[in-house]
Design a protein. Sequence first.
Length: 199
Amino acid sequence: MREENRLRRQAQIEQAAYEVLEKKGYAGTSVQGIARAARASNETLYKWYGDKKGLFKALVERNTEDVKALLETDLSSNTSAFQTLEHLGPRLLNLVLGDRAVALNRAAVADASGDLSEAIALSGREVVFPLIAKVLEDGREKGELIYDSSDEAAALYINLLIGDLQIRRVIGRLAAPTEDFCNERSERALKYLQRLLKA
């Protein structure tokens, strides 16, 4: 199968996975059910993803790849910490408050096995958070920031940017954010971070 056809087919399968997840929850979702919804063979799904856990790990990775790529690119190009966070903020808000992240988190809350929560943690937060800490660490080394702990500084930024917004989205008390909302929230978080940590 040509790469572009495979990517298109994977997108169809992954969209079907979200649809089945929203209807049946993680426990009620099976590779066979997703294959039926996507009109794909079980063999294809097992070959590409391994099992249900592997499929949902791939969904989380796909959801975070844009943010991860931005952070890695800026880290390798010696971009200032504040400029990186200016680029990052709206994208990170779109990621954690978007419909797909909300669907995954709602299903994870109801998943007694903890498999989905583990996939979200390992392929989401535990990938992105260390990169944010590294951005801030680079900023400290360049004399842009003053703080003691990179992890605490990264947690401060996340709290200023996201706060309780993700929880409110997951429990249905907040609508999907607009582009303007994400930009304004990101600007405000960065302004407060600069007041607290700027050298």
